[in-house]
Design a binder for this molecule. Sequence first.
Ligand code: ADP
Ligand code: MN
Ligand code: MN
Ligand code: MN
Length: 344
Amino acid sequence: MTKYKLEYIWLDGYKPVANLRGKTQIKEFDSFPSLEELPLWGFDGSSTEQAEGSSSDCVLKPVAVYPDPARKNGVLVMCEVMMPDGVTPHPSNTRAEIMDDEGAWFGFEQEYFFYEDGRPLGFPEQGYPAPQGPYYTGVGYKNVGSIAREIVEEHLDQCLEAGINHEGINAEVAKGQWEFQIFGKGSKKAADQIWIARYLLLRICEKYGIDIEWHCKPLGDTDWNGSGMHCNFSTKYMREVGGKAYFEKLMAQFEKNLQDHIDVYGPDNHMRLTGKHETAPWNKFSYGVADRGASIRVPHSFVNNGYKGYLEDRRPNSQGDPYAIASQVLKTVSEVENEMSAAA
Ligand code: ADP
Ligand code: MN
Ligand code: MN
Ligand code: MN
C-alpha cells in the first residue's frame, strides 16, 4: 500500500467569478487511485460563500482525476460541490447539469496576465512600457523579461505530466500577457482541464511571488490588450456533414441567442468587446471568414471543406466559466442540429 496525497479541488461560491480552492487528504491505495475509489469528502462552506455558519457542511464529489506532477504520490482530484445529502448539486455547482456530448470538441485559448506588485509583470512602477507590437510571440529579455518564460514552461510540463491535453503556448499582445491552449472532447472533459490548468498555473506562481490576473480588461479603457478565452468548437455533424445551409442556420441561431451567450461569456466583457483590438462589439453578432474582428471567426479550412470543420467563438473572456461556455455553445448548436434531423 502507498499513501497518496489527494488534493481535492473545487470552485467556491464567490460571484461573479468563482475561485479555485483545494485541500489535501492522505489515503492508502494499492496503486494510483481511480475515480471510483475516491471517497466523497466535506468542507466548511461558510468559509467559501457556500453555506451559512449554522449549517456549514458541503460535500465534495470527485469527478475527474489526474496525477499531480508537483508532488510525490500526488493526485489532483477535480470535484463538484454537493449539498449535505451528497446527491443534490449545490447552487454554485455549474458543472453538474451542463450539456455534454463526447462528439462535441472544444479548444479553449486561455489568455491571462502575470502580475507583480499590483501591475503587469515587466511594467515600470510609473507609466507604461514601450507600446504593444513586439510582445506578441516575442523573444528576448526586453520583450518577455526573465521569469515569465520559466513559469510558462514549468506550467506546460506540469500540464503534460498531469495528462492535460495542453496544445500550446504563446506570449500575447500586452507585456506580461500570455496564452495557453487546451483541447478536450466533451464539455466536461475540456472544461475540467481548463480549471486544472488554471489551478496548476496559480500554484506554480506562488513560489515566484507572482499573481495571475484573469480579468478581461485589467488595464481598463486603454490601448492595452484585453484577455479572452476563445472557444473553438465542433460537433460530429459540423465535422462530418456541415454544409452552407446548416452553417447559415447556425449563425442565425447564434445571433438569436446572443444574450444567452454574453450572459455566460465572463464578467465585464463590455469593457473588452468594444469593436476595437480584434474584438466585435458585445451587443452585435457577426461572423466572417478569417475575420478576427467578428464574434465568430470562420477558418478558411471550414469554407474550403464545404462548410465542415470547427468554428471559433471569440467572445468568451479569460474569467469565463468554461463549463457554462461550452454548455451554451452546445445548446445553440444542438437547437439547429435537432431541427435539421427533424426535417430530414
Ligand atoms: P488562434 O490564436 O489563431 O485563434 P490557436 O492555435 O491559439 O489559434 O487555437 C486554435 C484552437 O482551435 C486550439 O485550441 C485547437 O484545439 C482548436 N481546434 C482545432 N481543431 C478543432 C476542432 N476540430 N474542434 C474544436 N476545436 C478545435
Ligand atoms: Mn491563440
Ligand atoms: Mn490569443
Ligand atoms: Mn483565437
